[in-house]
Design a protein around this ligand. Structure first.
Ligand SMILES: [Zn+2]
Length: 140
């Protein structure tokens, strides 16, 4: 089978996962991807980590730690755009863990990209136009 036929049969795939303190899930997610029958040389795994404070960054190797800027030009424009958005989302989630009104820990709202305060009901929604500053966007 020629490589061009293989490329049509197995298009290149990117798994882009935003992570924030994901140590409890990451091993299982990576093992699940590894168990797929998809050829390993036809996919890449990109973890967009928002400065996890747990063991996420120790689990992530052998991935290479790159700043988002280093990814620019190393992957195609669409993949870069998705990775940048993933970093924005995890950063937004990390900065909305507590209610801006009463400081209670917020909870994810099922079915929406929002954090809701269980004490006072205040909701904070992620906006697609959100372009908040990224403290240290890093992509594995
Ligand atoms: Zn509140």
């Amino acid at each position: 089978m020629s490589s061009s036929v293989e490329n049509v049969q197995w298009p290149r795939v990117s798994f882009i996962m935003p992570t924030l303190n994901a140590e409890a899930l990451l091993d299982n997610v990576l093992a699940s991807i590894a168990r797929q029958t998809y050829p390993r040389d036809r996919y890449e795994i990109i973890l967009a980590d928002a400065m996890s404070k747990d063991a996420t960054r120790e689990i992530a190797p052998p991935f290479e730690l790159l700043g988002l800027r280093a990814l620019y030009g190393a992957v195609d424009e669409t993949v870069f755009g998705v990775a940048a958005r993933a970093v924005q989302i995890v950063e937004w989630a990390a900065t909305h863990r507590f209610c801006g009104r009463c400081a209670t820990r917020t909870e994810r709202t099922p079915g929406e990209r929002a954090m809701r305060c269980p004490a006072c009901g205040l909701s904070a929604y992620y906006s697609r136009s959100h372009s908040g500053s990224l403290r240290h966007p890093e992509v594995f």
